[in-house]
Design a protein around this ligand. Sequence first.
Ligand code: AP5
Ligand code: MG
Length: 219
Amino acid sequence: MSRYVILLGAPGSGKGTQADTLRQSLGLAHVASGDLFREAAQKGTELGKLAKSYMEKGELVPDEVTVAMVLERLKEPDCSAGAILDGFPRTLEQASALEKALQQQRGQGIDRVLYIEVSEEELLNRLGGRWICRQCQQPYHIVNFPPKVEGRCDKCGGELYQRADDSMETARKRLEVYFTQTSSLIHYFAEKSLLTRVNGEQEVEAVGQELLAGVGNPL
Ligand code: AP5
Ligand code: MG
């Protein structure tokens, strides 16, 4: 039986930050739709060009393309035990497509949805100060979570950069898109008794502990 854990939360809530700890503790693959789109955009593929045109405006990439990409990724060998889904699903259509595919292909459903709650003011502060590793995608923050060596990733030594969609204007748009198109998933998964709410405005380690407790794996 595989495990599928969803990390749900607004842009900047800490999904990417927490995914690595969860991945190691649970022995699952980390599948982040945003990372997959950025990788495709860097390679200049047709999918990447299409995704980039939406990402730079802070809008969602169409459901059909997104669902197909994530479901393909879930078929890869490192996902055989399951996955932590970061940033997917983001619409009701994506959620039901995922549930349908898991049911058809594996005869199972989603195990848990971990909702990381953070206030809007703090989200903007986090996005404005974020730096990311070009190689392993590890996020840092100029004040909250600085790297040991300026401009370099602690984990792999990769170069740190700021995402183009973290500009104040695009970050605000992404938050608006989250509240209008994604936040309805909170209610959707709560109704199915799959949702665990976690306070995302604590130290990174404390948030990680709550998340692990939420999937039944306390540290
Ligand atoms: P995506 O890459 O998924 O971005 P996002 O959802 O906007 O989320 P972020 O990556 O910005 O935030 P995060 O929650 O990972 O926070 P992080 O850990 O980095 O999507 C980008 C775009 O791709 C979308 O706009 C869309 O166009 C497209 N896309 C992706 N998925 C899609 C889908 N399913 N459907 C359609 N389109 C899709 O942390 C943020 C900062 O806070 C960091 O600096 C970090 O160091 C800091 N921090 C983290 N935790 C703490 C803490 N506890 N205390 C203090 N600081 C903290
Ligand atoms: Mg992220």
